[in-house]
Design a protein around this ligand. Structure first.
Ligand code: GEK
Length: 244
């Protein structure tokens, strides 16, 4: 079935409300994320490859902010050692309801548990892989360090964390350049200038970017031993951090 086209911001809006992951977003989500996030499909499918490389027998693989389960499915469709379980967490009930029906169409055998809860309050244990694909950016900045400490503490030695984010540049001229390139990317993917402007206004105080340096420092301070940017396009980057 073709994805429903994202037209949420196509008409002029009198008032632009802060962006929420509600039913209207769920309806258009696959189209929205593919046309808005450069490299999304590469990042999701390589998340499966990374998971397969670092997953350990009898451990948990977490997909935080799992939305409709794209990264969960990418992991589930790769060979994984015996006894792995994937745990998908998202605090949007609308996302989780749709995610459940998406997963029901997948026949792979690795067990998946979905939890509709705030990832800040979740219990993490016995992890070998933790994925945050475009999710940490929606967690209030003051909670990010403590969350990462909790996540890395739950990670087994030899495990990995995959974090994909829209990032900020410390140099204003580079930040401006990358925002402009991303804007052009969206226009070339069929969004109008009005749609780009209204979406930006809606998401402005909801999605808060960190620099790659801040992500790296947070991961290392939380107990990871190394961190690599394995994908970057404009102001979108995916990092993998390893715990020895
Ligand atoms: C993908 N990873 O397709 N607790 C739980 N979930 C949260 C929280 C929170 N505190 N804050 C935000 N979310 C997916 C895409 S989308 C990214 C992730 C985007 C959830 C939110 O409900 C949404 O489903 C997801 O994080 C972010 O690979 O839309 O740009």
């Amino acid at each position: 079935m073709p994805d429903n086209m994202d037209t949420l911001f196509s008409k002029p809006l009198d008032q632009i409300a802060p962006f929420k992951f509600d039913e209207s977003v769920v309806e258009v989500f696959p189209d929205m994320i593919k046309r808005s996030v450069p490299g999304y499909q590469t990042i999701v499918s390589m998340t499966g490859v990374l998971a397969s490389r670092y997953a350990q027998a009898d451990s948990n693989l977490y997909d935080l902010g799992c939305s409709l389960g794209a990264s969960t499915l990418a992991m589930r469709q790769q060979p994984l050692p015996a006894g792995c379980k994937i745990i998908g967490i998202d605090n949007s009930q609308a996302m989780m309801d749709r995610c459940q029906s998406v997963l029901e169409t997948d026949t792979n055998e690795t067990p998946v548990e979905l939890r509709c809860e705030d990832l800040l309050n979740s219990d993490y244990r016995n992890a070998s892989v933790i994925v945050l694909n475009f999710t940490l950016q929606f967690v209030r900045p003051e909670h990010r360090d403590a969350l990462m400490q909790k996540l890395v503490a739950s990670l087994r030695p030899g495990g990995c964390i995959v974090i994909s984010e829209k990032v900020q540049f410390s140099e204003p001229e580079l930040d401006e350049l990358n925002i402009a390139l991303h804007h052009e990317f969206k226009v070339r993917n069929g969004y109008s200038e009005l749609e780009v402007a209204q979406k930006r206004a809606s998401i402005e105080n909801v999605l808060i970017r960190d620099t790659i340096g801040t992500h790296r420092q947070r991961l290392i301070e939380a107990g990871c031993n190394s961190c690599n940017v394995w994908f970057q396009c404009f102001n979108f980057a995916s990092m993998v951090a390893l715990k020895a």
